[in-house]
Write a protein that binds this ligand. Structure first.
Ligand SMILES: [Zn+2]
Length: 189
């Protein structure tokens, strides 16, 4: 369960990268680059692709990636395990700790900064940015102080109108009743 929560948090932190597909060659390229940047002195890990219900995982010298759900967040997540396995600042660590999360974030930032995905990432990011801008543009501007006053006045006028209508009805009923009583009084004389 702790793992599930960890994955959820990760997806919340990186909605831009979650489920953006990346090709195997793009993943290989990123892993090679990260390996020399973040773990100099180590040869790049061996990358193995699997499929079906086999789970992606990684150790210091080996990354296994499920090609059926290969996206950028997965590649960053698994390389962070390689990185951590090679040089951990924390002597005793659990599999998914804050150090791992920190490293996932560093890798995700580099994916976005360097636009790793030549085919789709830049396009997807641009599309999402445009959609975000469209949503922001579609929102009407907030009302001005005068427009707010008008809205409040309009409500007041409607409220008073309803009261006047109710009172008018009561007035007419009372008038009818009065006339009837006066007629009866006249006839009795
Ligand atoms: Zn993991």
């Amino acid at each position: 369960m702790a793992h599930l929560k960890y994955y959820e948090d990760e997806e919340k932190r990186w909605p831009e990268l979650n489920r953006i597909r990346c090709s195997e060659s793009e993943a290989n390229e990123a892993i090679r680059a990260w390996s020399s940047t973040h773990t100099p002195g180590h040869a790049p890990p061996v990358v193995v692709y699997t499929s079906g219900n086999r789970i992606s995982h990684a150790y210091a010298r080996r990354i296994v990636l499920n090609r059926d759900c290969l996206d950028w967040l997965l590649v960053a997540h698994e390389f962070a395990h390689v990185w951590q396995d090679r040089d951990s600042r924390q002597p005793k660590r659990v599999w998914h700790d804050s150090e791992h999360a920190e490293r996932v974030d560093i890798l995700c930032r580099s994916i976005i900064r360097e636009g790793w995905d030549r085919q789709g990432l830049a396009e997807t990011l641009a599309r999402r940015e445009n959609a975000r801008r469209d949503r922001a543009a579609a929102k009407p501007p907030p009302p001005s102080p005068r427009q707010l006053k008008i809205m409040r006045r309009r409500e007041q006028v409607a409220r008073l109108g309803r009261k006047v209508k109710a009172l008018t009805t009561r007035l007419k009923t009372a008038q009818r009743s009065l006339r009837a009583l006066e007629r009866l009084e006249g006839e009795a004389k």
